[in-house]
Ligand binder design. Structure first.
Ligand code: ADP
Ligand code: MG
Length: 299
């Protein structure tokens, strides 16, 4: 990964083994909870090949639980999750696939991950190949190539032989992202992939997500905290609040001052940057509000 010049081996190559643009994932009337507490309450969501769907919303609104439910890592109390297969294939209930089959189609970059001890970076990334491994067999040539591509795409190739346990939080995060890419799935679910990353890798990760959808037709569902980031890369934004979708659609229609104000209980100003044409979201905190009041009084 490099900002100054395009990477010699972009993510693209990491995704080269993907079944391009055919697999999608849909949740319908999904209800998920913890014990009797419902935290995702009747959500419809479609993760479509070649498109990036960004999930945004305040802490605790149910984003991670929703993503985990889609990835079959959280019990479904209501509704259904379907995998939309290749051309001519009908939708199949996700639950009908074996764990191995499902893992060849869907990967999740989870929000909380264990810090590996005693493993090299390359070994951690090789975890991503688990759905393709044959019992008692070592890694195949395809496994080795996929791991190599993923290491390069996330900029951790230079540290491949280092102990993963001694990396910084941001470096380790890129290693786990590489493990997801090495899985070479058509559906890529990412929970706050830019957290803990420095500015360069935040932007590179956003670019990489866009590449996955544009160049390889991956169906991407990504939780993002930064609304500017969501506006920057998403085809569709789903704004969650208290377990429900408050608004869904094009970024410009969802990321309005009204919607954001309602979801986050915060005053914001939203406009289009005339230079870049991008949405600009400007939160007005208590200090900003004072400045607004002062300038209004002065005029
Ligand atoms: P988000 O990702 O939007 O911040 P989460 O999906 O993590 O939200 O959490 C949704 C709700 O579920 C929150 O109220 C949270 O406190 C609750 N929750 C999350 N994990 C657990 C858990 N392991 N046990 C009980 N409640 C949980
Ligand atoms: Mg979360």
């Amino acid at each position: 990964m490099s900002i100054a010049r395009p990477p010699a081996q972009p993510v693209a190559t990491a995704a080269a083994g993907q079944r391009t643009g055919t697999t999608g994932l849909a949740g319908e009337s999904l209800v998920l909870g913890f014990g009797s507490r419902v935290v995702v309450d009747g959500v419809d969501i479609e993760i479509v090949p070649g498109r990036v769907s960004a999930l945004v919303g305040p802490n605790g609104s149910g984003k991670s639980t929703l993503l985990r439910g889609l990835a079959r890592l959280h019990r479904i109390d209501g509704g259904r999750v379907d995998l939309h297969g290749g051309a001519g294939e009908d939708a199949r209930p996700a639950a009908a696939l074996s764990a191995r089959e499902f893992a060849q189609q869907v990967t999740l970059f989870a929000q909380s991950r264990l810090a590996p001890s005693g493993l090299s970076v390359r070994e951690v990334v090789a975890f991503g190949r688990h759905p393709y491994r044959r019992r008692f067999a070592g890694p195949s040539e395809a496994d080795r190539l996929a791991v190599d591509r993923a290491l390069r795409a996330t900029g951790v190739h230079g540290m491949a032989e280092r102990a993963a346990g001694e990396l910084s939080g941001g470096e380790l995060q890129r290693v786990w992202l590489a493990a997801c890419l090495a899985q070479e799935t058509g559906v890529v679910l990412l929970d706050e992939p830019t957290n803990h990353l420095d500015l360069r890798y935040q932007i590179e990760t956003l670019d990489l997500i866009r590449d996955l959808a544009d160049d390889y037709g991956a169906a991407v569902g990504v939780v993002l905290h930064d609304l500017d980031h969501a506006a920057r890369i998403a085809d569709e934004v789903l704004l969650m609040q208290s377990g429900r979708i408050l608004a869904a659609g094009a970024p410009v229609d969802v990321l309005t001052a009204e919607h954001i104000g309602a979801a986050y209980e915060l005053r914001v100003e939203v406009d289009l940057d005339p230079r870049t044409g991008r949405l600009r979201i400007d939160p007005i905190g208590r200090h900003g509000a004072r400045q607004h009041a002062a300038s209004a009084a002065a005029s």
